[in-house]
Design a protein around this ligand. Sequence first.
Ligand code: SF4
Ligand code: SF4
Length: 229
Amino acid sequence: MDDTTEKVREAVASLGMTGWRLAPADHQGFTCAASMFIAYHLPTEVDPLAGGDYDEAAFHGALVDARERGRQMLRGLDSVLDELRVRHWTVPGGQDPGTLLADLSEKRAAALAGLGWIGKCSLLITPDHGPRVRLFTVLMELDAVIAPSPLRPACGKCTACIDACPQGYLSGADWRQGIERAAVIDAFACSRRMEELGAAIGHKHSCGLCLLACPLGGKEARKDKLPGA
Ligand code: SF4
Ligand code: SF4
């Protein structure tokens, strides 16, 4: 690893993210991706996994808080990369409203970086925090880094997210490289539902019933809670 790559690694490590990895990338001339995440937790009384009542406002607040904390950290990384003259691009997040696809799939990049796997809920599942993570990705033009080993999907026989969706938008199919998104989740119907529910609250509803049901989320997350584990 050359000196610049080592300095970038140190800068990413010092940000305070909950988890991060550098991995090779091949996107618009960028050769390296820093995949990072911040884990968030909900107070027990609004955490369905802990016996609390689902509360969209609390869930939405946790998402926004994690996003803002991450953005703040990324401003520091931006300055370091500018100083090191490393060409870089912070993936802005969000999706094209017509396709519901992003310029770059951050969950796929994170899975390739070995931070987790894509679960039956179509989200990145991390071993220690389940899907309760906010992802951040910075692409860079850097000397090649070694490809990390991807994690084996560990959803097993669990169906908690599928059972939690009141609309039945999750099929139960295991995600695998090359699978059509529609084979796992009806993303358009899910998005429409969240738009409809959001009309009354002034922002797209965060729903998250499937996400919050994942046994790997929450403070007591353990893989041995999964059926068949
Ligand atoms: S976000 Fe809500 S509507 Fe969409 S798949 Fe999950 S539980 Fe179903
Ligand atoms: S709830 Fe179960 S099946 Fe769904 S993503 Fe989490 S571990 Fe996988």
